[in-house]
Design a protein. Structure first.
Length: 146
């Protein structure tokens, strides 16, 4: 291929490259808008229960507020589809250690938070050669309030 043919072939790729870059920038899954905190009240039996769903690089709700020293029960699942997801919270000092695979059927995850603070929950899945689900925005906040 001579220089002129090379230049002509790369010019025809330029619009495709621009679209691919734009889509890549939009495909991070990260929203600039922070999710509204969802305060969880204890049921009559004293357990704070919340349903959480993981999907295409998100968790709903994305910000959960619970009370310290009150049992929490997450009913966690993922949306139907082929992508695997999990739910991870690694805060042993706060009494919260969760590492559960998510399925379309809800799974009960119980713990009692022992320390006030804001703790990340996230998905650790990572397809080969791509950003991890967490890097693409699949992260939320568990806020433990006094």
């Amino acid at each position: 291929m001579n220089r002129k043919e090379f230049i002509m072939s790369t010019r025809s790729l330029a619009p495709l490259l621009a679209v691919a870059l734009a889509l890549g920038a939009c495909a991070t899954g990260k929203d600039e808008v922070k999710p509204e905190p969802q305060a969880i009240k204890a049921d009559k039996d004293g357990v704070q229960r919340v349903r959480i769903v993981g999907g295409s690089y998100f968790f709903k709700p994305g910000h959960i507020v619970v009370k310290v020293n009150v049992p929490v029960e997450l009913l966690a699942s993922r949306e139907p589809g082929m992508a695997p997801h999990n739910l991870v919270i690694r805060e042993p000092g706060a009494g919260i250690v969760v590492d559960e695979e998510l399925a379309t059927e809800p799974k009960k995850i119980a713990f009692t938070p022992r320390k006030v603070g804001k703790y990340a929950f996230y998905c650790t899945k990572k397809p080969p050669l791509l950003a991890s689900h967490r890097e693409r925005g699949m992260e939320g906040v568990l806020e433990v309030a006094p």
